[in-house]
Structures are given as C-alpha cells and as structure tokens.
Design a protein around this ligand. Structure first.
Ligand code: NAP
Length: 314
C-alpha cells in the first residue's frame, strides 16, 4: 500500500502544484498530497512531511510528525517558528544548488574584481579612464561560511586563481584555501580581504555579525557579496561602511525584508547592486530526487537523515 506524504507550503497554488508534481514523479511509491486534502485520521498516520515555508499550525496538525524535509537550504524561520519541540528539520543539501551558488559567487566576484561598478559609473559620466589591472592571485576573497555552499564556492574561486580564505565556526581543511575559525581567525581573514562573500546561515550568533566592528577590521576598502540572509548584515552599519569608503561596493541578494521595500535606501545607493534573491534557486527536479532518496531510506530503515542541530541553530 502507498504511504501518504503531505506537502505543506505557505505559498500560492501555482508554486505548490509544481512542487507536488515534481515530488510525486520522484516518489511513485508515495501519495504526495497537499495537507489541506488530508482528514484527521490520515493526518494522525503521518510521521514525515515535505515542507516549503510551512505555517506552525500546519505542522501542529500532524500529531505523530517526527521530521520534515524542507525543499530549501535555509530553514531559520521554520526553526524559530517551531519553538520548543523535538521535531527534526532536514534541510535541502543538493550538489546542484551548491554548484549554482558557486557559479553566482564566481560571477559576482569577477564583476567586482574587474571593476565593473566603477566602469559603469565612468560610462555614465562619459569618462575614458583605464585603471591598473590586478591579477586574481593578488586579490583575496574572504568567504564567511565553509559549509555545503561555501565549500563549493571556494573551489570555484581557487580554480579562477584567487587567493581564497575561509572562515567557519569549527576549524576546516580545504585544498587551496587558507582556513580560519573563531573571532581571532575572522580578524586575520578580514585584515587581508578584498572581496568578502557571506554564505553563513542566519543564527543567534550570526545575526548582525556584519557590523561596524566587523567592517572596522578590514584594512583596505573591500567589496561585499551577501548571498546568505539579509539579517546577517547590520543594515545601518553597511550604509555607514559604504558612505565612508570602508566598503567600495555591495552586491546584495538577500535582505532583512523581502521583497525589498520600494522606499529602501539600497535601491538608489550608488555603491549597491540589488538582486531579488536569485543567486541560487532550488532546482525542483534535483531537489525532489534528494527528498525521494531520504524519504525512501526512512521508510525502509526508519533512519531520519542528518538534521538541523537546534542548539547551534543550523
Ligand atoms: P551549511 O552547510 O550549514 O554551512 C554553514 C557554514 O557556516 C559552516 O561552515 C559553518 O561552520 C559556518 N557557520 C555557522 N555558524 C557560524 C558562526 N557562528 N561562526 C562562523 N561560522 C559559522 O549551510 P549551507 O548549505 O552552506 O548554506 C548557507 C546559507 O546560505 C543557508 O543557511 C541559507 O541561508 C543561504 N542560502 C541562500 C540562498 C540564496 O539564493 N541566496 C540559497 C541557498 C542557501 P562549521 O563548518 O564549523 O559548521
């Protein structure tokens, strides 16, 4: 008999329909259904669900729920919303997603490395002024976060010839990358950084981490790429750093409030590139295959895949 697997989304019907189709195609042995279609008796049987930004009350309507598989890589909101419970949250770890993020990091690092914001400004002023070329090996990219995404990005940057340094909570070893950990490690990395790339999860420790004090540890004007979460950056500190030349430019894909409000200062700041959270979209097909493999292993062996550690927040 097929098992019932609820899909819980808090988004519009189109979005849910596409996910339902992809998940069902990847799991012919499951009946993948929107939560709303399940009656109380069916809900009482469910121990696992697939989720995309679920409402806390939807999760509470499944009394036997042991774990959820998110189709997103970042799950900080669900973690906060789910409160004091032992519900296990499995986030998406997909090599395709890591590859897409690595591509985005390389693309925007090259944008900054080859001075495109500056030449864009010069064109607007009809100014013909070449600047000295600096080789990638003479530029340091400092990566905040060396997890699934940070590691893939580091590899691409090393291949492109940059001096790559990385920072994580626990010490890491990565070929071709100078790795740092802890507060002292962050200071060491920032002292050398020309382009700072943020790929940290949003946790109690990383919220507002990019502050006056952090930017103050840069020893030369650096550029910032934030592809993680908006709230990792203290927005007013960012504005001050840009206005005072501590930061030369910021490429921002994520914001504390999304969509970015029309009256936000970021839109018109001359040293900011605004992107609408597009650096690494989930690929429905590869994600569905990963969810399918994890759900199949659970149905077979009862093993819940690696999940978020609530005490460290990611
Ligand atoms: P991950 O595998 O969990 O890696 C997180 C990394 O950050 C690890 O290296 C971890 O250190 C480090 N870290 C965590 N807390 C830290 C702290 N307090 N100090 C120093 N380092 C810390 O996460 P991931 O899959 O790479 O994803 C990272 C984030 O990217 C997600 O949480 C999500 O918010 C964001 N994201 C954005 C997009 C987008 O389109 N913009 C798409 C997908 C994901 P350890 O190695 O010591 O554990």
């Amino acid at each position: 008999m097929k098992s019932v697997l609820p899909f819980i989304a808090a988004r519009d019907a189109d979005f849910a329909t596409e996910w339902l189709a992809a998940l069902q195609a990847a799991m012919p042995g499951e009946t993948v259904v929107p939560l709303a279609l399940l009656d109380d008796a069916e809900r009482a049987q469910c121990t696992v669900a697939v989720v995309a930004n679920p409402q806390p009350q939807d999760l509470r309507s499944l009394p036997q729920l042991r774990w959820v598989h998110s189709v997103w890589a970042g799950v900080e909101r669900m973690l906060a919303d789910s409160g004091d419970t032992d519900l296990k949250i499995v986030r998406l770890v997909d090599p395709q997603l890591a590859d897409t993020m690595a591509e985005a990091v390389l693309a925007w690092t090259l944008y900054l490395h080859r001075d495109m914001p500056r030449y864009l400004r010069q064109q607007r002023e009809r100014l013909w002024r070449p600047h000295d070329y600096v080789r990638p090996q003479d530029k340091t990219v400092g990566l905040l976060g060396l997890g699934a995404l940070g590691e893939a990005a580091a590899r691409r940057l090393v291949m492109a010839g940059f001096d790559v340094q990385g920072w994580s909570r626990t010490p890491r070893t990565l070929a071709g990358v100078t790795c740092h950990a802890g507060d002292q490690g962050l200071t060491q990395m920032l002292a050398r950084t020309d382009i700072l790339v943020c790929l940290l999860p949003l946790t109690a420790q990383t919220q507002g981490l990019l502050s006056d004090s952090t930017f103050g540890r840069l020893t030369r004007p650096a550029a910032l790429i934030n592809f993680a979460r908006g709230a990792v950056v203290d927005d007013e500190a960012l504005r001050r750093a840009l206005d005072h030349g501590v930061l030369s430019h910021a490429v921002l894909d994520v914001f504390a409030t999304e969509p970015l409000p029309v009256d936000s200062w970021h839109w018109s700041h001359p040293s900011v590139t605004v992107l609408p959270h597009i650096s690494a979209p989930t690929n429905r097909m590869t994600a569905a295959a990963i969810v399918a493999a994890n759900v199949a292993a659970y149905r077979r062996d009862g093993v819940i895949p690696v999940h978020v550690d609530r005490s460290r927040g990611y």
